[in-house]
Design a protein around this ligand. Sequence first.
Ligand SMILES: Nc1nc2c(ncn2[C@@H]2O[C@H](COP(=O)(O)OP(=O)(O)OP(=O)(O)O)[C@@H](O)[C@H]2O)c(=O)[nH]1
Ligand SMILES: [Mg+2]
Length: 145
Amino acid sequence: MIIGAVGAGKSTLMKALFGESDPAIKTQSLVYRDWIIDTPGEYSENPLYYRSLMATSHETAAVLFVQDAARDRNFFPPGFEQGFPVRTVGAVTKIDHPKADIDRAILLLRQSLPEGEIFLTSAASMEGIAKLKERLMEIMHQRDR
Ligand SMILES: Nc1nc2c(ncn2[C@@H]2O[C@H](COP(=O)(O)OP(=O)(O)OP(=O)(O)O)[C@@H](O)[C@H]2O)c(=O)[nH]1
Ligand SMILES: [Mg+2]
């Protein structure tokens, strides 16, 4: 399950994980596609939806916390990772962006995801996408065993 702020690049990242490069449209509801659940950014920005995210995560092998490299703020509350009963992994998106600041993005992500892997990605250049996909597949197969 992919979570993160409105416009953070979650749906574009999901498409990139499926090898697609056409633009994503605004996510209005939970979207189940193959092995990924995409979520609307509003669910990560509005505490009214947190319980829904946490409940949905029970169905998943891992929750992917997304932070936009070009943004200077985060939207998850501190320690948000503790609310999830499954593995949590981080992804910084848009590392190709002219305003990207990867170190800042990692610091912002670390406030809600103190430990665990963080992947640096760009759906535009496809950098880091294959590596992230490989790791997510591994985590899913570990759970299935
Ligand atoms: N430069 C750059 N822009 C990106 C990248 N990924 C996404 N974007 C842009 O970021 C904007 C938002 O992308 P979405 O994937 O729709 O964002 P989202 O997180 O799904 O947003 P919601 O569905 O509203 O929660 C779009 O204009 C994308 O083109 C990237 O890797 N690089
Ligand atoms: Mg979306």
